[in-house]
Design a protein around this ligand. Structure first.
Ligand SMILES: [Zn+2]
Length: 311
């Protein structure tokens, strides 16, 4: 994309040079995912214009860069990344070719949202290729836990206050409001999930360790034999056996994976059921912000658990 990209950047730069000053009153923010964009909007309110690169219905490990991404990243005051190598396949070349010194990793306008949150699955010992697409710095799907969402919001509040000190009180007040609404919702979600503590289930990808830990559910296996590796017949047979032995019925699938193998597994397991949950804002059209994400997933999951566990 290099020659085309640089032509686009030149055209865009010329256009921006002539753009009105009105747009400059807001901070231009770009985030890797819609979850980060939603939390940023909560805290930044009308002082920020936010663009998310990966859509919630896409696998965030594999995102096809578009020319519009270069425009967005080129004019950003701040880039907020998930980190923990989630974006390793697509973000580094985009940042490098953005011609924007402010948002290079290590610069003031680059925020890695993972630095102050609870990270699970940090591997111990040596990592080999045979382990599949394992992230050496831990599981990057950490936003799927509201406590981590709060910590992300704090990091964003601090960074926005640093970039726009005059609006510090505004960001603090917006954060406090988000924190209050999230805390009230968390009580609801914890209550809805409480009857199912200790229930075992299976997920397609290892997207849910923080979510399942929070709500006390136990993931006993994955449809993928290893992270990022497609299902294989031998692994599928082992998983079916394990589910039968443990009386495990529920298979949680992210919306961007094929339902073929999960459905085949569910058909072999007594009472087996496939449930599509949204791993991100925008993963399904009902989920339009970060609080809605848990509202949607918790309601759906509690409903499915009620059916399979019968509480
Ligand atoms: Zn992953």
């Amino acid at each position: 994309m290099n020659i085309r990209a640089s032509v686009i950047v030149s055209v865009v730069a010329a256009f921006l040079a002539g753009a009105t000053a009105g747009a400059q009153s807001k901070l231009n923010l770009v985030t890797s995912t819609e979850d980060l964009a939603s939390i940023t909007r909560e805290v930044g309110g009308d002082k920020v214009a936010v663009i998310a690169l990966a859509k919630g219905y896409q696998d965030p490990h594999f995102v096809e860069p578009k020319p519009s991404f270069i425009l967005a990243v080129n004019r950003a005051n701040l880039y907020i990344a998930i980190g923990r190598e989630l974006e390793i396949g697509w973000l580094p070349p985009l940042i490098t070719s953005s011609r924007n010194a402010k948002i290079q990793p290590g610069a003031n306008g680059y925020l890695d949202a993972s630095l102050n949150v609870r990270i699970l699955d940090i591997p111990t010992g040596q990592i080999t290729r045979a382990m599949g697409d394992v992230h050496p710095s831990g599981n990057p799907h950490y936003w799927l836990e509201p406590g981590n969402g709060r910590l992300i919001a704090q990091a964003i509040r601090n960074k926005l206050s640093e970039l726009s000190p005059a609006d510090k009180a505004y960001f603090a007040q917006r954060y406090d409001d988000f924190d209050r609404r999230l805390a009230a919702a968390e009580k609801r979600w914890d209550a809805a999930m409480a009857p199912y503590k200790g229930t075992k289930l299976v997920t397609y990808h290892r997207s849910w360790p923080n979510f399942m830990e929070r709500f006390g559910l136990e993931v006993i296996g994955y449809v993928e034999p290893k992270p990022g590796i497609p299902p294989s017949p031998s692994h599928t047979l082992e998983l079916i056996d394990e589910m039968k032995r443990g009386g495990v019925k529920l298979i949680v699938v992210e919306p961007y994976f094929s339902l073929r193998t999960p459905q085949a597994i569910a058909n072999q397991v007594p009472g087996g059921k496939v449930l599509i949950l949204a791993p991100s804002v925008g993963g399904v059209k009902e989920v339009t912000d970060y609080v809605q994400l848990f509202e949607y997933d918790v309601n759906l999951l509690a409903g499915a658990l009620k059916q399979v566990v019968g509480k």
